[in-house]
Design a protein around this ligand. Structure first.
Ligand SMILES: CC(C)(COP(=O)(O)OP(=O)(O)OC[C@H]1O[C@@H](n2cnc3c(N)ncnc32)[C@H](O)[C@@H]1OP(=O)(O)O)[C@@H](O)C(=O)NCCC(=O)NCCS
Length: 356
């Protein structure tokens, strides 16, 4: 398969939202390094930076909560991303950006409660978005350190260049379709295990390995079976994903505040083994931990089950998608690339003109 099939290195848009330097391992979001932003900003503050104006998410969470009764069987789906996609699709096409950004937190929390056999918990507009999300999922307000860790996570994953789901959103927006349709497409892309679906499997891998001494044999067996190690490798980064370090530090802060982070030491040990084994197999391709490695440890320490990991990613990334849709609308032209026909030709035809 040619590299062109993955559009590697192809610039499809100009953006002021985020910049990914894969060689140096640097991520800049809205003009600030991800390390700085994650340490200082809340989700709402980053929303104001990315959208150019503050979003009032408290009242819009309340509006999304009122919609839950009208979602039909959307929240009965077994898979959280299926449920989120179906629930967001219920929003009116002309829903304002604040509604679209706020709703996933409410829908994902209601889905998690239903899955656990409980009723939904109403949002509290006075709380911050991260704090309220945890309160709606768990049914009790989080500790300060937990809120801070989830805010750091939300800020860290909010936007990341022209990743697959953002591209999907921009393609839809470039047709002048509505924001809800763009976000539904993006949720579909984020669900895939090569994009946002990895943190659940990372946690399951850590639990299956159990202790550092078993890591090498377990990873060896997976690779011998031709499987990929989830949470390792990245299309753009040739060094360790900078978000892995930010989230690793956020987990350390949680542990210092007395919130148990039982998998942190194991994750570090398994990461070392995985990097060594992958380097042996792919000496010319640096395969290192990506954002999902410590996402799994962080969200696990916050008491969220693996089934909630990718939906929680979407609760933050919907802000990035929304900002990209606005940018695409302001600047963009219909995204319509070309393909090269390699199929059969009708008999006695000299050739079919190339699309490009
Ligand atoms: C993220 C990912 C899809 C990037 O894919 P990509 O850019 O197409 O992959 P690369 O071109 O870097 O792959 C180079 C080689 O390394 C291998 N490789 C890449 N990631 C690997 C992994 N996690 N485990 C084992 N092998 C891996 C590929 O199979 C390929 O091998 P080949 O040349 O023998 O076919 C890929 O690294 C992956 O599948 N990672 C696991 C899923 C994951 O964590 N996703 C979340 C991303 S944030």
């Amino acid at each position: 398969m040619s590299k062109a099939s993955g559009l590697e290195g192809v610039v499809v848009a100009e953006t002021k939202l985020s910049s990914v330097d894969g060689e140096r391992g640097r991520l800049v979001i809205a003009g600030q390094d991800v390390e700085t932003l994650a340490a200082r900003a809340t989700f709402e503050e980053v929303a104001a930076l990315l959208l150019g104006a503050p979003l009032s998410l408290g009242p819009t969470r309340a509006r999304a909560f009122e919609r839950i009764g009208g979602l039909g069987d959307a929240l009965d789906r077994t898979d959280g991303m299926d449920a989120l996609r179906a629930a967001v699709a219920h929003l009116p096409g002309d829903a304002p950006a604040a509604d679209v950004v706020a709703a996933p937190a409410v829908f994902v929390a209601a889905w998690a409660r239903r899955r656990a056999g409980h009723g939904p918990v109403a949002p509290d507009p006075a709380r911050g978005h991260a704090e309220d999300f945890l309160a709606m999922v768990k049914g009790a307000p989080p500790r300060h350190a937990e809120r801070a860790a989830l805010d750091a996570y939300f800020v860290t994953v909010v936007d990341h260049g022209m990743n697959a789901s953002t591209f999907a959103a921009r393609v839809v927006a470039s047709t002048r379709s509505d924001l809800v349709s763009a976000v539904v497409a993006a949720i579909g892309a984020l669900k895939g295990p090569l994009h946002g679906g990895a943190p659940g499997p990372v946690l399951e891998m850590l639990d299956a390995i159990g202790t550092p001494d078993r890591a090498r044999a377990w990873l060896d067996r997976e690779l011998a079976r031709g499987r990929r190690i989830m949470g390792m490798g990245h299309r753009v980064y040739r060094v360790r994903d900078p978000r892995a370090a930010v989230l690793e530090r956020a987990v350390e802060s949680l542990a210092r505040a007395g919130v148990a982070a039982p998998r942190l030491a194991l994750a570090r040990a398994v990461e070392r083994e995985a990097v060594t084994l992958l380097a042996e197999r792919h000496p010319d391709r640096a395969l290192r931990a990506n954002v999902e490695w410590y996402t799994s440890v962080l969200l696990g320490a916050l008491g969220l089950p693996p089934a909630l990991f990718t939906p929680t990613f979407a609760v933050s990334r919907v802000l990035g998608w929304t900002a990209h849709v606005a940018e695409e609308r302001a600047l963009g032209r219909l995204i319509r690339p070309a393909s090269r026909y390699v199929g059969p030709l009708p008999p006695n035809e000299p050739g079919v003109p190339s699309e490009a």
